[in-house]
Design a protein. Structure first.
Length: 170
């Protein structure tokens, strides 16, 4: 989990990157208030930050961002409000020393405030793919399935860009 700054009335959410310590990239989440940007949260990484993947969700109450700390490993950073402060949670592809994998934003179900994600991981020589619905407030798993067709919210709320660009459906 990342540290948070006091919550600010969120205008449009954006991320900016800047050099940190030697070899690091630091990501700052900002909200526009009037004519200025207010920093809400910051986290640094030695990985590749895929800024084009940044997607504000939940009517500007959260933002997701893909970060690749290793060549064959891509995480999803979730910037969101928690108990009145902004925090950054990192969703990894898997646990228990998997060999490679990715997790990606697949959509958002606004009525139930659920984040839709796809994970694929290679563990002990085998690839496993899962589709999940997570509660946005605490990122707790609500449902998971081997195919998005088995999850009601995926049918209705999957992101159009994700559906077009993902390899998880092929």
């Amino acid at each position: 989990m990342g540290g948070g700054a006091p919550a600010a009335p969120a205008g449009p959410l954006t991320v900016s990157v800047a050099a940190g310590e030697l070899g690091q990239t630091c990501v700052t989440l900002k909200a526009t208030q009037g004519r200025r940007d207010v920093p809400l949260a910051r986290r640094c990484t030695y990985g590749i930050v895929w800024t084009a993947s940044a997607r504000p969700i939940a009517q500007g109450r959260a933002l997701v961002l893909a970060v690749q700390p290793l060549e064959s490993w891509r995480e999803l950073w979730v910037f969101h409000e928690c108990a009145g402060a902004w925090t950054i949670d990192v969703l990894s592809p898997g646990l228990d020393n998997p060999e490679e994998g990715y997790v990606e934003f697949a959509g958002f179900a606004p009525g139930v405030m659920r984040l839709l994600i796809a994970r694929e991981v290679k563990d002990r020589g085998r690839f496993r793919r899962r589709f999940e619905e997570l509660r946005l407030d605490d990122l707790a798993l609500v449902r998971q399935a081997s195919t998005p067709d088995l999850l009601r919210d995926f049918g209705r709320w999957q992101d159009v860009d994700w559906r077009r660009d993902t390899l998880a459906l092929h």
